[in-house]
Structure formats: C-alpha cells, structure tokens
Design a protein around this ligand. Structure first.
Ligand SMILES: Cc1cc2nc3c(=O)[nH]c(=O)nc-3n(C[C@H](O)[C@H](O)[C@H](O)COP(=O)(O)OP(=O)(O)OC[C@H]3O[C@@H](n4cnc5c(N)ncnc54)[C@H](O)[C@@H]3O)c2cc1C
Length: 423
C-alpha cells in the first residue's frame, strides 16, 4: 500500500506523540508509526518537570490529567545512606505556575497524549507498524517503508522524523554516525504502597548506592534503585527479603513501605544510555528525543527534552511546508535552538554519574560536601533546581561556582536566590 502525507513520524514515544499532537493542532497531515501493539502498559516512573508541564499545558492537556493519577511534590530531600539529610530542594522557589514537580502513575501523561491524537482527523496513528527503510530521490529523503502487521507500507512524506529512541533505526538508515554509550548501571523501579505517609521525595546517595523514593498518587510510592546493568535476574534470585533488607539499611524509616513489595511484577528494570550524534538533520529528515541525544536519567530530563524538541520542530515545520523547503539547512534551525540545552544536560548528567554513582570515598566526600553547601547556598541551589526543572539552557555552575560549591571559596551572594536566576 502507498500513502502520502506531509510528515511521517517513526515512534509514538515521549517525543513522537507530542510532535504528532502539536502538528495535528496546526492541521498538518501526519502519519505516526509505532511498532508496539498499542499504548504502553508497563511500569515506569514518571516525573513531569516544569518544562514538561508547560508543554502539556500548551497542548491543552495539563489540566485534563486525571487528578487521581497525579501527585504534586514540592520538596526533594537529598540524604546520605542511613538517613542523614544533606540538602533540600524546593520546587516552590520556581516561578509559578509550574513551581512543582508532578509525579504521575505509569504512562498517565503519555496515554492522555495518545488519546488526544486519536481524536485528531489529520493524524493517523498506526500501531504494529515497524520502520524498515527510507525512500530517497536524488539523495534527499522523500518517505519511508514500513511493515504494518505483515503488510508492506510505503509512505511518501515531505519530512521523515526519527523519534524511535536511543537505538534509532531511522538514524542508522540516514547513516548519521552515533556514539551510543551504555552506562554500567541501570535502575530497578518498583511501585510500592505508602503504608506510612510519604509527603515529599527522598533521594539517598552512598558508595555506589542510589535509592530515590517519590510519592505518587493513589497512596503509591515509586522506588528507583540503582543496580548493575544485567543484574536484575540476579537481584530477583536473591529474593524480595534481601532487596527489602538492602533498602531498609539505606532508609530505615521507610521499612513499612518496603515491606509492601510482595511480587516482582511490581518492579521493572530500566537500562540507561547516552547518544551523541554530529547532526540531527538531513535533507528531508530529522531526529528528535533519544534518537538524537539520549542522556543519563540523573538529569531527570530525557523525556522532557524529547517533548521540547517536538514542540520546537512543530513550530518550524509549517514554514517548511509553506516554502516547500525541507533541506537540512532549513531544518537545522530546530537543531540550533535545541542543541545547547541538550548538550549542557548531557554533560551535567555525566558529572552526576561520576559523583553520585561513585564507590570512591574521596569523591563521595566531595559530593556530600557539595550537597551540604547547596543546602546553605540559595543562589547555587536555585541554579541546580532551575536546570533540573528544564528552565536553564546554560550550565548551572561556572568554575568559581564549583569551587564555592565544594567549599573551597566563600560565596558572598550565597543567600541571594535572585543572583541564581530567580525572579
Ligand atoms: C531509569 C530511567 C529513568 C528516567 N527518568 C526520567 C525522568 O524522570 N524524566 C524524564 O524526562 N526522562 C526520564 N527518562 C528518560 C526517558 O524515558 C526518555 O528520554 C524518553 O522516553 C525519550 O523519548 P523518545 O520519544 O525519544 O523515545 P522513546 O520514549 O523510547 O520512544 C521511542 C518509540 O519508538 C518506537 N520504535 C522504536 N523503533 C521503532 C521502529 N523501528 N518502528 C516503529 N516504532 C519504533 C518505540 O516502540 C517507542 O515507542 C528516564 C529513563 C530511564 C532509563
């Protein structure tokens, strides 16, 4: 079967789904191919940072998220393993209305976006459809081929968007070289019951130990526990009591919550990776999200950045269609706007990997010292918060800031949040 469209998007994940909806709201004809059989159902932890909330608001969805599935969190306490608090970050310091983090039950925001797409006449969302190759004419991309169930599909499109994740096949077909780094650690995620109240988020760091606990809606709590990539089956073989004991050593006060984990089906493993590519655009094609720039989840921004990519590209594509210009030179305007923030976040997340995931006692000492400084230094704390919130494009710390954060230099503006960028 041969079909024609303006934009063909491969992947209906965090980036592709937002792009399809944003284009639909502009009346642009779009086909989205998704290899999965339907909307995702699996366990995954989701924190909507302020920039992601803003995107959902622009799409008219933020206030439509079911209140029974979302939970507002203001404070994140960073603690040493064992319980000692090092630093508290308060989202309430950010400018309203997005001065909070929103923790949703698994896939809630994504399902809302996919349902909204289904209502849009200009978008065709095709599940069980796998990208197989690109169509080219004199070097430029003019469409793609795919398999929907067992049927061959040819889609002629003015622009093909690769939103197909870190292992992007669109990127491969474009012959865009990619440096794909798989981190040695990933995360065991668990959905627990809040058998005792957990009002605010807690994040424990130790020697090669990280445990995050985030209150979610419906009396639930997400746990994010760093484990070695490839060790999920081993952790399972050791049994639930061993895992609960390990967590209780990290946070003794939450033992009753850990005890609510009674079945491995309430857990999942998420690997972590980083993608770097020299370009995100080609003649007639674009990469967005993890396909272009996957990052370590310490940034808490991977999905948010995929969403912001989508919104930025959706602003550019109407002009491409109006001028009939789908060249790499034209599409590069999107990359130029997006690259600085993404590159900064990738670097920041990698620094956090170095300091947060460490087993080295000296590095761990320095990390804890930085956390303690941040607790007292409103300027630097605001810089970090606004970066994680997705509101900064440049790095939170310069060289002098680093020396101050590590406690080697005094900071005369330590109490001045406005000097950190707060308004
Ligand atoms: C442990 C962990 C925690 C995280 N926490 C956060 C967080 O707190 N905040 C945050 O913002 N981000 C977080 N992330 C990152 C986030 O999950 C990703 O960055 C985000 O999902 C990227 O969106 P995407 O649309 O680019 O790719 P994906 O969401 O991976 O979507 C790609 C889609 O393409 C489809 N696809 C792939 N290949 C094909 C093909 N050949 N044909 C058709 N379809 C195809 C896939 O089925 C999938 O639906 C976390 C990641 C991990 C691992």
């Amino acid at each position: 079967m041969v079909v024609e469209t303006d934009i063909a998007v491969v992947g209906a994940g965090g980036g592709g789904a937002v792009l399809a909806l944003a284009l639909a709201q502009k009346g642009i004809k779009t086909i989205v191919l998704e290899r999965a059989p339907g909307p995702p159902q699996g366990l995954r932890g989701e924190i909507l940072q302020p920039n992601g909330q803003q995107v959902l608001d622009q799409l008219g969805l933020l206030n439509k998220l079911p209140s029974e599935s979302t939970r507002t969190v203001h404070k994140f306490h960073f603690c040493r393993v064992g319980g000692e608090r090092l630093c508290t970050v308060d989202y309430g310091d950010l400018p309203p209305p997005y001065n909070r983090a929103v923790v949703t039950l698994p896939n809630v925001a994504h399902h809302a976006i996919l349902s909204a797409i289904e209502q849009e006449p200009s978008v065709s969302l095709r599940y069980r459809s796998t990208f197989t190759g690109l169509l080219r004419d004199q070097g430029r991309v003019v469409g793609l081929t795919a398999k929907q169930d067992d049927a061959e599909l040819t889609i002629k499109a003015k622009v093909v968007v690769g939103a197909d994740g870190a292992f992007s096949k669109v990127r491969d077909a474009l012959q865009i070289p990619a440096e794909l780094h798989l981190y040695p650690q990933g995360y065991l995620i668990a959905l627990l019951d809040a058998s005792i109240p957990l009002e605010e988020a807690k994040y424990f760091v130790g020697k090669k130990t990280i445990l995050g606990m985030f209150p979610a809606a419906g009396g639930k709590v997400y746990a994010f526990y760093m484990i070695k990539a490839g060790s999920y089956d081993h952790v399972k073989a050791l049994g639930l009591p061993a895992l609960q004991e390990a967590w209780t050593k990290i946070d003794p006060s939450s033992e009753p919550i850990f005890r609510t984990l009674t079945d491995w089906k309430h857990t999942a493993f998420m690997p972590t990776g980083r993608v770097r590519t020299p370009t995100w655009v080609a003649d007639g094609a674009v990469l967005i999200g993890d396909a272009a720039h996957a990052m370590n989840p310490h940034a808490s921004q991977g999905r948010m950045q995929a969403m912001v990519d989508a919104m930025t590209l959706a602003e550019l594509l109407p002009d491409c269609l109006a001028t009939n210009d789908y060249s790499a030179a034209k599409l590069r305007a999107y990359e130029t706007l997006r690259r600085p923030q993404v590159t900064m976040l990738q670097k920041l997340a990698d620094e956090q990997v170095l300091f947060w995931n460490t087993a080295n006692p000296v590095i761990a000492f320095l990390r804890d010292r930085v956390f303690s400084t941040l607790d007292r230094n409103a300027r630097l704390r605001y810089r970090v918060l606004s970066t994680t919130a997705g509101l900064r494009k440049d790095a939170p710390f310069g060289m002098m800031d680093r020396l101050m954060a590590a406690g080697f230099l005094p900071d005369p503006s330590a109490r001045d949040m406005a000097a950190g960028g707060a308004r």
